[in-house]
Design a protein around this ligand. Structure first.
Ligand code: IMP
Length: 432
């Protein structure tokens, strides 16, 4: 069976607008959606018409039941069953379609237990500014080889889980037994829901799909959209360690998470905000120190965390950092988001060039990009000159074509450019 993979990953500190690009990719191309990283820490907001959907661990593909036949959560994600159940029930209410038969989780995926959430509120979690979703503690349990996988939990009752917590997890992580069992009833309820609604699958999912999945795909080519969570600078290896998350955020992790051969070709789109935001602590070299200006960004761009509601810190785009993100991810193209937001400010800046770079200042392009939509046969003449200069400089410095501009929150507010800023892109031909 022919399979094509298209990954959409974050190029900065998360919150670049990936979910909107993922939903665009699903609506125009994909029929399978996979998460390969992250957990309930992610916050993916999708607008379909006037309806707002926010997912954290559920793949965005569940929002489009007519189009997306299969949704998979890969082995390197962490799943909190309580959160997964909550989101799926909400999505079922909004879409009117059942999750059952459409959502698959790899057997090796580790689960986040209530104790992990409790542990994610301590001093170290505060120092990093975590989302409090239990991601770091789940990784600790996994690393200490006393974690709980989805496969284990499908065979466990509350007694086996309690014993495992008491005899293995608590001594191994040196945590007090008090609180170990808090929340277990709710957790077991969520497990019961999972067992009825979510099918566990082996790592050979793509090379040897289960019969029910093949039936669902009905002989069609598999167009698999890989939905990234977080972003390059939150990657535990390439990010600003220790101010990072605990699951990998770059292309190489896709392979083990989805059980793919490293020889499989994946098209990679890096999603990059036209400015830069981060939530939580840690470096942000291009941070805007003018509090009034960053407040204005937060207000106009609604820059508050989708998971925690925290204020996002604001900075300028940094091409030096993006070059690294492009290299490590093997990015084929960049989608630049929020060009409508940044264009409304009197000051548009970017840190351009290597070795510390120089601050480049651009003329604002106002709201002129409003109304540009996906079918852009007439785009060349319409792109504002000021925006053209901004995009051209970034593309030149980073050495990766900017092929899409996102000009608003709707899935349709995406402008295609072929090979950067030369010709309009024809939708029906992408990706190869
Ligand atoms: P954790 O992933 O909750 O452990 O948090 C570690 C760091 O990653 C913190 O700075 C979080 O704010 C940040 N983080 C985690 N997930 C996201 C995300 O989806 N968007 C932006 N920042 C995130």
């Amino acid at each position: 069976m022919r399979m094509n993979f298209w990954a959409i990953l974050g190029g900065q500190h998360g919150d670049e607008g990936k979910a909107k690009v993922v939903s665009f990719a699903l609506q125009t191309w994909g029929n399978v959606c996979c998460r390969f990283n992250g957990s309930s820490n992610a916050g993916h907001t999708v607008w379909v018409g006037n309806n707002k959907f926010v997912t954290h661990i559920a793949p965005v593909g569940l929002i489009f039941p007519e189009k997306v036949r299969v949704n998979l959560i890969g082995a390197l994600c962490f799943v909190d069953p309580i959160q997964l159940k909550k989101e799926c029930l909400e999505l079922e209410g909004l879409t009117g379609a059942s999750t059952r038969g459409r959502l698959f989780v790899m057997k090796q995926t580790h689960l986040t237990l209530p104790i992990h959430r409790q542990l994610d509120t301590g001093e170290n979690a505060k120092k990093i500014g975590t989302t409090g979703s239990g991601v770091g503690p789940t990784a600790m349990t996994k690393g200490a080889r006393v974690g709980v996988t989805a496969e284990m939990m499908y065979g466990f009752g509350i007694r086996e889980l309690s014993e495992h917590l008491q005899e293995s997890v608590a001594p191994r992580l040196n945590i007090p037994k008090k609180g170990l069992h808090t929340g277990l009833t709710e957790f077991m309820d969520a497990m019961e829901w999972m067992k009825k609604n979510v099918t566990l699958v082996d790592a050979d999912f793509f090379s040897n799909p289960p019969n029910e999945v093949s039936r669902r795909m009905n002989g069609e080519a598999w167009n698999v959209v890989v939905e990234g969570a977080q972003g390059f600078l939150l990657d535990p290896v390439h990010g600003d360690y220790p101010y990072v998350t605990s699951t990998g955020c770059t292309t190489p992790y896709i392979y083990p998470s989805l059980g793919l051969s490293p020889k499989e070709k994946i098209k990679v789109t890096l999603v990059v905000k036209a400015y830069h935001t981060r939530v939580g602590e840690g470096p942000l070299p291009t941070e805007i120190n003018d509090e009034a200006l960053s407040d204005k960004y937060r207000e106009i761009g609604n820059e508050f965390g989708a998971t925690t509601g925290r204020k996002r810190r604001i900075g300028w785009l940094n091409t030096r950092q993006l070059m690294e993100a492009v290299r490590v991810n093997g990015a084929d193209e960049i989608c630049l988001t929020r060009v409508d937001t940044i264009g409304q400010f009197d000051t548009v800046e970017a840190l351009i060039g290597p070795n510390g770079g120089r601050t480049a200042i651009y003329q604002p392009w106002g709201r002129k990009v409003d109304g540009l939509r996906g079918d852009l046969k007439s785009l060349n003449g319409e792109i504002p000159t000021e925006l053209f200069q901004f995009v051209r400089d970034i593309q030149q410095e980073v050495g990766c074509p900017i092929t899409m501009l996102s000009t608003g929150p709707d899935c349709d507010d995406i402008v295609y450019l072929e090979k950067g800023l030369t010709r309009p892109f024809r939708l029906e031909t992408r990706p190869a």
